[in-house]
Design a protein around this ligand. Structure first.
Ligand SMILES: Cc1cc2nc3c(=O)[nH]c(=O)nc-3n(C[C@H](O)[C@H](O)[C@H](O)COP(=O)(O)O)c2cc1C
Length: 170
């Protein structure tokens, strides 16, 4: 496996990769990414995330019915949460599974870039079609997809607004 980048390199240079080579990532690389997700914090440590690894050619093709954003990656992770397992805040009954899954996906996205692979956080999918293609039960809710592969090109990430526009001190 390629050497790991520093935290600063990952944070500063990670970009959404939408152009992959035809090669599938190795099992070692996949496991490194999944482990980064497993170690993510979740509300009350409920670990409500459920991750589907899609590498089957037929399913990868069918995923295109649900989203234009698999970018022909040979590995696609579908990051979900289990509604029956996530923490629900008592004061307002807010389900925290989507937050759990988002943090898990973010750690996996950063881990992907850290080992010189590429991915994009994808939410543009038809939830009903996705659930039907992958036979996902009603208690499992997809949150995002991570198409993963070897980048065909290294690009800068999109620009960001200045900190002053985002942060206020009270
Ligand atoms: C919640 C979320 C949903 C996103 N959904 C998609 C998507 O469906 N398709 C896509 O191509 N990119 C998607 N992106 C990627 C963003 O467009 C991208 O992160 C943003 O433009 C900044 O670019 P950068 O990641 O290269 O810095 C999504 C990102 C986030 C955080």
């Amino acid at each position: 496996m390629n050497s790991n980048k520093t935290f600063d390199e990952v944070i500063v240079n990670r970009f959404s990769c939408r152009n992959f080579t035809a090669e599938r990532i190795t099992t070692e690389e996949l496991n490194y990414i999944l482990e980064a997700g497993r170690l993510a914090p979740t509300a009350k440590n409920k670990q409500s995330e459920r991750i589907l690894v899609i590498e089957n050619e037929g399913l990868l093709e069918r995923l295109k019915e649900a989203t234009p954003c698999t970018f022909d990656a040979k590995t696609v992770l579908v990051v979900c949460y289990d509604k029956n397992e996530c923490w629900i805040r008592k004061t307002d009954s807010k389900y925290h599974g989507e937050i759990d899954a988002t943090i898990v996906a973010t750690q996996m996205m950063l881990a992907t870039y850290a080992i010189n692979l590429g991915t994009t956080f994808v939410c543009a999918f038809d939830n009903d079609i996705l659930k039907s293609i992958l036979d996902i039960p009603s208690n499992i809710e997809p949150v995002c997809l991570l198409p993963i592969g070897y980048p065909k090109e290294i690009k800068p990430h999109n620009t960001r607004v200045e900190l002053e526009e985002l942060v206020s001190y009270k």
